[in-house]
Design a protein. Structure first.
Length: 389
């Protein structure tokens, strides 16, 4: 029975991937419209073959409908999937159990992620570092110091592969032997800026390049604000190093605040416009002032990341536990959300969670489940904040 069921699941996943990639090619159909189509038709395959009247009833406006009808006529979905798989190591959709959990929690998460490299469990402990392309020596040195210390403390560094602060953050994480993720504002099949080609290759070996843009999409100024929501969405918080009040880095911080992420800022020279953004966020009490890595780790309660990661990688006793552990972290998650995400029957979920609680693997507080603290933490053992783990 197992092999046929797996084949059925795999076949359906490949079929769904065709339509995720197809719709991702249509200008004017973003996450919100795609979700409306799926809600209306039940699945994307049916939506793809629907008539113009039905599509209008489902919520497509005139422009989106015209774009879709043209794309449907021109696209070869099998070729699109083949080209995408050739360019990527992984392609994740909303329906994939490996889709990043934190990113899926944000409003209108990207339906498709094109990935070179790989996500790992420890990437849930991530911090975004953003700032200006015209970074000062102070900004670059601050970035290198903090990104390096965070990486040595087992945090994944997320940024945008741009010149200046982004590049300094990626390089520092790699130099520290840590992991880093770069979110692109173009197709995964190209690198921008081109001088970061070698850096991009190094990132794929110790992290991931990701994009929600289809193959072939060129870098464009209009692409970057939208990709910034992914940078903050993947992360526990965002560190703003340098940038003006109107800047891509400031947009990322605004997204972070909307997504209920922590925002941190480095105070800067009051005479430099690149300091206006961080200084304003600090002045308005919208960001926490940072002068050392301890400020970040303490605020995020991540002074014992290694122990939390050890708890997150509990060896499951059976297949059901293995499935449920994908959706349980140190952050409390409601049992109903776990059931919905796992797709398992509620009775099977609740009984398995009860056994896991008895084994000391997790705690259950009025229906909200979280991984149990490691033994060292239960014994109130402490570790100096910021010390390399």
């Amino acid at each position: 029975m197992v092999a046929p069921l797996f084949c059925l699941w795999y076949s359906r996943r490949v079929t769904d991937l065709r339509y995720f990639i197809g719709f991702n090619r249509v200008s004017g159909i973003g996450p919100a419209k795609l979700q409306r189509l799926r809600d209306y038709f039940g699945d994307l395959a049916t939506a793809w073959t629907a008539g113009a009247y039905e599509l209008t009833e489902a919520g497509l406006d005139k422009r989106a409908l015209e774009n879709f009808l043209h794309a449907r006529k021109e696209l070869n979905l099998d070729a699109e999937v083949e080209n995408a798989q050739r360019a990527c190591d992984f392609i994740l959709t909303w329906d994939d159990p490996n889709y990043p959990r934190r990113l899926k929690e944000i409003p209108q998460p990207p339906p498709v992620l094109y990935i070179k490299g790989n996500f790992k469990t420890e990437d849930e402990w991530a911090l975004a570092i953003v700032g200006t392309r015209s970074a000062s020596a102070y900004g670059k040195e601050t970035t290198r110091t903090l990104a390096g210390e965070l990486a040595r403390n087992k945090m994944t560094i997320v940024s945008g592969l741009a010149r200046g602060i982004d590049a300094a953050a990626h390089v520092a994480a790699l130099d520290a032997g840590g992991r880093t993720i770069a979110v692109l504002g173009n197709g995964i099949d190209q690198v921008y800026p081109p001088e970061h080609t070698k850096l991009a290759r190094m990132i794929t070996e110790n992290g991931a390049l990701i994009s929600d843009y289809p193959l072939g999409v060129k870098p464009d100024a209009t692409n970057f604000p939208a990709r910034n929501r992914i940078i903050s969405g993947l992360s526990l918080g965002v560190l703003f190093v340098e940038g003006d009040q109107v800047s891509g880095a400031m947009i990322t911080c605004e997204f972070a605040l909307e997504q209920d992420r922590e925002v941190f800022a480095i105070p800067g020279n009051i005479f430099r416009k690149e300091s206006r953004g961080p200084n304003k966020l600090i002045r308005d009490s919208r960001a926490k002032l940072v002068t050392s890595v301890e400020d970040i780790l303490e605020e995020l309660n991540l002074t014992m990341i290694a122990e939390q990661q050890q708890a997150r990688t509990i060896v499951p006793s059976n297949e059901t536990e293995a499935v449920l552990l994908k959706y349980i972290s140190a952050d409390p998650t409601h049992v109903d959300d776990i059931r919905q995400a796992s797709g398992l029957p509620i009775a099977q979920v609740t009984s398995t969670l009860a056994l896991m609680e008895l084994k000391g693997l997790l705690v259950n507080n009025v229906g909200y489940v979280a991984l149990a603290a490691p033994a060292s933490e239960n014994k109130k053992e402490t570790r100096p904040i910021g010390r390399v783990l």
